[in-house]
Design a protein around this ligand. Structure first.
Ligand code: AMP
Ligand code: GLY
Length: 417
């Protein structure tokens, strides 16, 4: 059994770490991978978005399975292409991944099928969008339609802020064609929950819940990031609320996708907000979350390869997901300056001192002369399991404290909420 994982962050490291528990898997390759992944897999310098090169490499190496983990290659059609070439692949087709690739499409789907979500309007004309925000109550949320590296959502406190966001997205095109259209959405408030689920087009199996921390600073202050830490499970996601979400959001999405002839095989990530008026769906992602995967996969008892095969072959109804009762916390260690400008190539110290109490997932690292150096904004994710969130937190922070690099920053309040 020989597998290729496409991507090179903490999520991909977590996927490979989990796959490694299955001893029938021989070689794992990762493109492009990172410094830490190179200890568990053969890293190949192919960009995750280079569909031609990836397909050629997959054919040449005769992989039994290619797992496409990041959003852009999925939306660009990497799985479609691999399938055309006769290569077995895990992940949705471009048509199915549109639930993440186009916020306009996702919002239309939610509305058509009565999936509870924020009210919205769509604009492709800058002047009309500006006129509309003048009539809105503040705050309001402006979203670029397409993929924007997680930066395309702007919460605006005034009409002027909204117009400046619209100018950046629609006129200055800071996200390129992703800004040809915008969604302007009602502002919602409440705790957020991420529910990832495996879907084979006929059956959808939710995984354990998780909660991300998007802002850079403690107390949810400062700019948004890709995610500064996670915990799982989310204590609020139980009982009647869980049942309501499964019925009105998760199962209804499966129904919607099948009615729209967009068979989805892969992972659907539901980004939810628990408002005082009930749960609302903020967004879909067509993949594992990062750093959600770093807390959910360590708690999963099933063999990941077995579940992925069931997804591809449409056999999910035969699978029951099983979870470690313990809680997990992941603390992301980031470069100084992130999410703005940061330096790369800084030596990382102390990794060898981390005990078996924690798993260190590498995100933005490289290996230079046998040593690990920083190579991205989010550098490492330190995950620990514990009897409860509190114990998992303590362990994760105790182990993170052993690691250092110049400029390192991490939140001190992951899992406190
Ligand atoms: P999205 O990519 O749509 O999930 O948005 C990224 C983040 O922006 C979410 O995780 C929320 O924290 C925030 N957000 C998105 N939509 C809304 C909304 N309608 N009201 C308040 N916050 C939002
Ligand atoms: N952590 C949020 C995401 O992966 O999009």
């Amino acid at each position: 059994m020989k597998i290729l994982v496409v991507g090179g962050g903490g999520r991909e490291h977590a996927i490979i770490w989990k796959l490694r528990q299955n001893k029938s898997i021989g070689e794992i390759h990762c493109a492009p991978g990172n410094g830490g992944i190179s200890d568990n897999a053969v890293c190949v310098p192919i960009k995750a978005t280079d569909i031609d090169a990836m397909a050629a490499y997959a054919k040449q190496q005769r992989f039994d399975l290619v797992i496409v983990a990041p959003d852009d290659p999925l939306y660009m059609g990497m799985v479609d292409r691999l399938n055309e070439e006769g290569i077995r692949a895990f992940g949705p087709t471009a048509r199915a991944a549109e639930i993440e690739g186009s916020k306009v499409y996702a919002k239309q789907l939610m509305k058509k099928y009565g999936i509870p979500a924020a009210g919205y309007e769509v604009f492709s004309d800058y002047q009309s969008a500006c006129a509309y925000v003048e009539s809105c109550e503040m705050p309001i949320v402006v979203k670029a339609d397409g993929l924007a590296l997680g930066k395309g959502v702007i919460i605006c406190q005034s009409a002027d802020e909204a117009k400046s966001a619209l100018d950046n997205i629609m006129v200055k095109k800071v996200f390129g064609d992703a800004g040809n259209r915008v969604v302007i959405e009602e502002f919602l408030e409440g705790p957020e929950v991420s529910v990832l689920s495996f879907c084979d087009g006929k059956t959808i199996l939710p995984m354990a819940s998780a909660q991300d921390h998007k802002r850079i600073c403690d107390g949810d202050q400062g700019p948004n990031t890709g995610g500064m830490g996670t915990f799982s499970p989310t204590p609020r996601y139980t009982g009647a609320l869980k049942a309501e979400i499964e019925q009105t959001i998760i199962q209804r999405t499966l129904y919607a996708l099948s009615m729209e002839d967009r068979e989805f095989k892969g992972v659907i990530f539901f980004g939810l907000m628990l408002t005082k008026d009930g749960p609302r769906l903020l967004e879909y992602n067509a993949r594992f979350g990062d750093p959600e995967a770093q807390v959910v996969l360590p708690r999963m008892k099933n063999d990941l390869l077995g579940v992925m095969n069931a997804v591809i072959d449409g056999r999910l109804e035969d699978i029951t997901l099983e979870w470690d009762e313990r809680s997990a916390v992941c603390v992301v260690m980031a470069s100084g300056g992130y999410p703005g400008h940061y330096q790369k190539g800084i030596a990382i110290d102390g990794l060898e001192r981390v005990s078996d109490d924690a798993i260190v997932f590498h995100a933005g690292t490289a290996k230079k002369n046998g040593c690990y150096v920083t190579n991205g904004g989010r550098v490492l994710g330190v995950t620990a399991l514990g009897r409860d969130i509190g114990e998992a937190r303590e362990k994760a922070y105790a182990e993170a404290a052993k690691i250092s690099f110049d400029g390192v920053q991490y939140r001190k309040d992951i899992g406190i909420k």
